[in-house]
Ligand binder design. Structure first.
Ligand code: TXE
Length: 499
């Protein structure tokens, strides 16, 4: 059993946690709280306040003040801002074990994934964007028309920080997705109010403590805990928020998009996915492809926006590849996240487990063939599920059309490239896709025609700070990460000096 770090023991000893506003823990205005549950043991690990509109107002006011023209943050040189962000990244690395353990406690995920994806991923993202502080630039422009009266001119654009950012994040990668939003926003010179998911709010508070220790001025990074209905809704409706950045369900994304338009607030939405993995019969190594498809769906219990949850396998090799994927699934060790040898942990919550089970039942009722797994809980306690695989003959199944967000894969055979494209693009969503082939011409043709924001060839999708991420169709609006990630938090000013 892993020993909890001293810092984490101290953090958890608090039991009741409040918002982190203007550089300190702040008494909540309301009395309502959320119980944070360890999904492996079903035990409570702490309580957080449910922020009401007053709490949200306080957080936004602190962020607005920290963004004021003559504030420490605004007056700070990009180089100094970068130094604080590097220090923040170093502190995340220094305290990565505390962060990872806390993420495992509140989300259930495997500790090795919490270490690499959450703590490690966040440190990398902050380090990457620390470098961007000094590289934000506009352009000089030659105008298409001469100036009146034969006068000269000099035209250019400036990128300015957009203002107070509301970041609303989900529970599947609580710290790394937070970093995808907070790091570029800070690099651009904005200030942030973060609302973590109600399932995983504690790690966000620990992150806020580290931000202060890194020397971030008070009010630059605030956390208001709470639910979506009250806390999230108050934050997105706030007229002093100038940019909303959201990752979560398509359903909630649509609500937030509508709310944003009330104040004409900028909005980026990273929403659901139902991403296809397409295995051609010429895939370099079919075993490797099968392992990759299994990794692409079962990592993080399938609770990954870019998870390859539909696999299309060319007819000639359908049985072999499906058998290999099933073997990989059946060999996975299911255990709690602190078991270092575990390969599949619990789902995030009881409600989510029920939802995923319901999809498995629907799959069976609609006539898909259950190849392995099923809806039974393989453990005595906790929200566990076996990796589950279905096969079907076409896309006409709920389990192939809706995001399940669990360890559930549906396999369908295809004839040729046109058939694969028809099946893969037949979706309202378009976040990611993977293609498994050794034929570069075929890979390129697929890349050009797949309706997906991210395409990986011969590998499951993995995020990288320098690779933009986002979706086609109802998978979202805008892109995160990379250069566009930092430009999300700037606004463009066009200037023309006539002389
Ligand atoms: O998401 P929600 P949930 C999908 C996945 C999952 C489903 C539901 O299919 O099963 O969404 O998960 C906040 N105004 N994804 O319920 O509701 C909420 O408090 C403002 C895909 O967790 O989208 C939380 O902080 N905020 C996804 C965040 O939105 C609101 C990752 C996400 O919650 C709000 C997670 C409102 N009206 C789930 N309502 C991905 N793309 O990776 C809720 N929230």
């Amino acid at each position: 059993m892993i020993k909890l770090t001293t810092r984490l023991i101290k953090f958890l000893s608090k039991k009741e946690h409040t918002h982190f506003i203007n550089g300190e823990y702040t008494k909540a205005n309301g009395t309502n709280q959320i119980s944070v549950i360890n999904p492996a043991t079903e035990e409570e690990i702490g309580k957080v306040a449910i922020g009401n509109s007053e709490d949200v107002n306080n957080a936004v006011a602190a962020a607005k003040k920290a963004f004021a023209y003559n504030s420490d943050w605004r007056k700070m040189s990009p180089d100094d801002r970068g130094k604080i962000m590097y220090r923040f990244a170093d502190l995340i690395t220094e305290h990565s074990e505390s962060i990872a353990q806390l993420v495992t406690l509140e989300n259930g995920k495997l500790i090795k994934d919490a270490r690499s994806s959450d703590a490690g991923g966040a440190a990398k993202t902050f380090r990457y964007y620390a470098g961007w502080c000094t590289k934000i630039e506009g352009e000089t422009l030659d105008l298409s028309q001469p100036q009146k009266g034969g006068r000269q001119n000099f035209a250019f654009t400036r990128r300015e920080p957009i203002g107070v950012v509301a970041a609303i994040v989900p529970w599947n990668f609580p710290i790394s997705i937070t970093a995808w939003k907070v790091a570029p926003a800070l690099a651009a010179g904005c200030t942030v109010v973060l609302k973590p998911s109600e399932e995983t709010p504690l790690s966000a508070l620990l992150l806020a403590e580290l931000a202060m220790e890194a020397g971030m001025p008070a009010g630059v990074f605030n956390v208001v805990t709470g639910d979506g209905r009250m806390t999230g809704a108050s934050l997105t409706a706030h007229s002093d928020v100038k940019k909303i950045t959201f990752t979560g369900s398509t359903f909630t994304g649509k609500i937030i998009g509508k709310t944003a338009m009330e104040n004409v607030t900028g909005v980026s939405l990273e929403l659901g996915g139902k991403s296809p993995a397409i295995v051609f019969d010429d895939a370099t190594d079919l075993d490797f492809a099968a392992q990759g498809v299994a990794a692409g769906i079962f990592r993080n219990q399938g609770q990954v926006c870019v998870a390859g949850s539909r696999v299309y396998i060319q007819k000639k090799v359908f049985d072999k590849v499906l058998t290999d994927i099933s073997h990989a699934a059946e060999k996975m060790k299911i255990s709690h996240g602190f078991d270092e040898s575990a390969q599949l942990g619990p789902l995030v919550s009881k409600g989510h487990l029920q939802k995923v089970r319901q999809y498995i039942e629907t799959g069976m009722n609609e006539g898909a063939t259950l190849v392995s797994g099923g809806k039974d809980n393989p453990m005595d306690k906790g929200y566990f599920l076996k990796p589950t695989i279905f096969s079907a003959t076409d896309n006409n199944q709920t389990i192939i059309n809706e995001e399940i967000f669990g360890p559930v894969l549906a396999a369908v055979p295809f004839e040729d490239m046109e058939d694969a494209l028809r099946l893969a693009n037949d979706s309202q969503l378009g976040l990611a896709a993977t293609v498994w082939t050794k034929d570069i011409s075929k890979a390129m043709a697929m890349i050009n025609r797949l309706e997906a924001g991210v395409v990986y060839v011969n590998s499951p999708v993995r995020s990288d700070p320098n690779l933009p991420l986002g979706g086609y169709k109802q998978s979202g609006i805008g892109r995160e990460l990379g250069k566009v990630g930092v430009y999300n938090y700037t606004t463009l000013k066009s200037v023309n000096i006539v002389y």
